[in-house]
Ligand binder design. Sequence first.
Ligand SMILES: Cc1ncc(COP(=O)(O)O)c(C=O)c1O
Length: 422
Amino acid sequence: MHDFHVRRGQLYCEQVPVDRIASAVGTPVYIYSHHTLLDHFHKLRRAFRALQPRICFSVKANGNLAILTLLVQEGAGLDIVSGGELFRALRAGCPPGRIVFASVGKSSEEIREALRRKIFCFNVESIPELLAINAEARRLGCAAPVALRINPNVDAHTHRYITTGTAESKFGVSLEAAEAFILRRWREVPAITLLGFHLHIGSQITKSAPFLKAIRRVGALIRRVRRAGVDVDYLNLGGGLGIVYKDERPQTAEAFANAVIPVIQRLKVRLILEPGRFIVGNAGILVTQVLYVKPMRTRDFAVVDAGMNDLIRPALYGAYHEVAPTKRNGQTATRLYDVVGPICESADVLARERRLPVLKPGRRLAIFGAGAYGFVMASNYNGRPRAAEVLVKNRRWFIIRRRETPEDLLRQDVIPSALVKS
Ligand SMILES: Cc1ncc(COP(=O)(O)O)c(C=O)c1O
């Protein structure tokens, strides 16, 4: 499942001891496995080979330029949600014809830039947005290819912050609103080419059932609009495939594909997938170092040098990440720890009540499953430069993002001279 393993008491990423990297570049550091990354991409592609889908990696899960470049070289497209991600995708060498663009709040500048670049498709999240894209396309004298994102009102049975396909969520257009607009008002958007529909019902979904329910609902819509003479070529299923963080038993790519392929074949649509977490989640770890140990009554605090500014998932979602020392030196004594960061927030807890070997300052810990929604969500809160990122390929390792410096923290600040006392 991933290429992090213990050999003679030492944690390795592929063929490189994690401690060797941490000694060279310091901590905190994100470390990714090249093999795991590509293996996950190929697993999905193999599972769905009968349909030859477009697989657009979701840049929001991990936007590192080297990682995007690798996936694009393997034939992936990219799923973006902003002008910034479009810029990144193009820098990574992604042909615009492989880019799909979601987001409930695309600005007119972002729409124009995407039209000028001739991306494959806008995943449109509301009727006002559809009208805005139409207006921009008319101004530029081009056609805008779109998929309407449908909110199918399906509960994905995941964390409420990452469920996106229920009626209360801000994403997409209801089935009724989409049908009404397509059948009665489509002449208002002459510059729009409808490619099909888009779904993304949530993230970290461990079963196929919610996906199938959503496809059934949008399938009924596809049949109805086709009966009225509307062409529908594509269905974009979004991302959302769950991975193992703790003891989840998510469906495999094979099982997911076996459930989905016949339904898609019956619908006679071409498939697009937008996986993020599935590809990169378990391909990355965050390595941190114990600074202090604070004994408490019921357990100890291991204060480490990575905080919620480096990995916000535990604070934001109560997410579980496995934690283990990078070196196991045969020691058997254990203690109960809360692994906490240096940030001045009580929520800055990376792991709660974990039984770990007795920790001392200087001991390094690996936080697993940090490859998706890890570094991309990092911030400079509390004046902390963001961590370095490293990619391991077999016996070699490469810095793919340098650690930020204090100078980086100040780069965009301006002190207006008119405000400075002379
Ligand atoms: C529209 C869309 N597509 C794809 C993804 C990727 O999801 P995941 O990382 O769960 O595969 C997301 C994540 O939020 C998304 O919003």
